[in-house]
Design a protein around this ligand. Structure first.
Ligand code: ATP
Length: 354
């Protein structure tokens, strides 16, 4: 079993706290994403799990054993970086074999394992090529080969696709996910790309300023963001936010904005004060009859859908509607909000009211 448990882990660099007390659990075999903007502490978290950074406090359990103070070499993990550090003077075979040779494994066993890794990655035909002339995608496959050849219980990956161009990135992301599904090793993957996290991850931890904002399955995070930060960070175009002041009793399923009722998911507790009503662009409908009005500022054609930007009394709202639905710049239209898919936030704390 290679489940990974992070318990009250905290990291300070001098007087600066890079990671506030954090806890989460990665189940055995899960593809787990650490997501957040630059500087949020995701790499530091991964480096602590890898044994490359010592936590200031807290426990890190891999397969039930607290390894927080053990060296990296005593953890059953392989680390894959963005900058795939291959040995340029060695060919592909020797690059992949390197960790096994340095363990003192027999030549026949090394050969068998390298060829198996190459087969899994589909790079058998380049085994004897020098790494110097390889494409970015192949270099990354070789770097992965060097990680999987050790057959570790866990993979830790820090933006492994960051150096690839967009087209390769998408293909490698699919390959990586398929590789994981075949091998089943617990994987923690760091990215700042919300789309990558949503597409690849079984679970996502969203971090901001060293704090875990939310932890859950991609769809839960998308549908039920816990904070304004998560709501804005996940989804493209991002969730619309309409600010209002009011009082909502428990169980309220409607708020009123400029005398227009907006649907709400039922709240457990009453709330009074400044609120932010959040709705995803795909849940805003345009209909002539709706009383909440907006003026079309711009339209962006995306193939099967279009994103329409509207000016309303509460600021700009984006609606993602079918491409063939007419929307002309300058026109006044009604906006309908689907209440089941909205979130209301306490404007002061940024936390979702549930
Ligand atoms: P990025 O994607 O830019 O790498 P990140 O979310 O991975 O961002 P970290 O690299 O974990 O962020 O860094 C978190 C914060 O800790 C940053 O403000 C960074 O400057 C700081 N930090 C990281 N390592 C050190 C260090 N060795 N000494 C001092 N500060 C550090």
């Amino acid at each position: 079993m290679a489940e990974i448990v992070i318990r009250n882990v905290r990291k300070e660099f001098g007087s600066f706290t890079a990671v506030q007390s954090s806890s989460f659990k990665v189940e055995d075999g899960e593809f787990f994403m650490l997501l957040g903007p630059s500087g949020c502490g995701k790499t530091t978290t991964l480096r602590m799990i890898a044994g490359l950074e010592l936590p200031t406090s807290g426990e890190i359990l891999i397969g039930g054993e607290d390894v927080a103070r053990k060296p990296a070499s005593q953890r059953d993990i392989a680390f894959v970086f963005q900058m795939f550090a291959l040995y340029p003077h060695l060919n592909v075979r020797k690059n992949i074999a390197y960790p096994l040779v340095s363990q003192g494994m027999s030549r026949a066993e090394v050969r068998r394992k390298v060829e198996e890794a190459a087969r899994i990655l589909g790079i058998e035909d380049i085994l004897d090529r020098p790494v110097g002339g390889l494409s970015g995608g192949d270099r990354q496959r070789v770097a992965l080969g060097r990680a999987i050849v050790r057959d570790p219980a866990c993979f830790l990956m820090d933006e492994p696709l960051g150096a690839l161009d967009a087209e390769f990135r998408e293909r490698m992301a699919e390959e990586l996910r398929a590789l994981h599904d075949r091998m089943g090793a617990t994987t923690i993957y760091v990215t700042h790309d919300q789309l990558e996290a949503m597409q690849m991850g079984d679970k996502i931890v969203v971090m901001n300023h060293g704090v875990i904002e939310q932890f859950g399955a991609p769809q839960d995070i998308y549908d039920k963001p816990a904070t304004l930060f998560v709501a804005e960070f996940i989804g493209s175009p991002p969730m619309n936010f309409l600010r209002f002041h009011g009082a909502l009793p428990p169980g309220a399923t409607q708020a009123t904005l400029h005398h227009v009722p907006l649907g709400l998911p039922a709240l457990r507790e009453a709330f009074e004060g400044d609120m932010v009503y959040g709705i995803r662009p795909e849940h805003v409908r345009l209909s002539d009859a709706a009383p909440y009005r907006g003026e079309v500022l711009a339209t962006e054609y995306l193939g099967t859908t279009q994103v329409v930007t509207l000016a309303t009394a509460n600021g700009e709202v984006k609606a993602r509607i079918p491409a063939d639905q007419p929307a002309r710049v300058g026109e006044s239209v009604g906006l309908d909000f689907d209440g089941r898919t909205t979130t209301v936030f306490d404007a002061r704390s940024g936390r979702a009211l549930r």
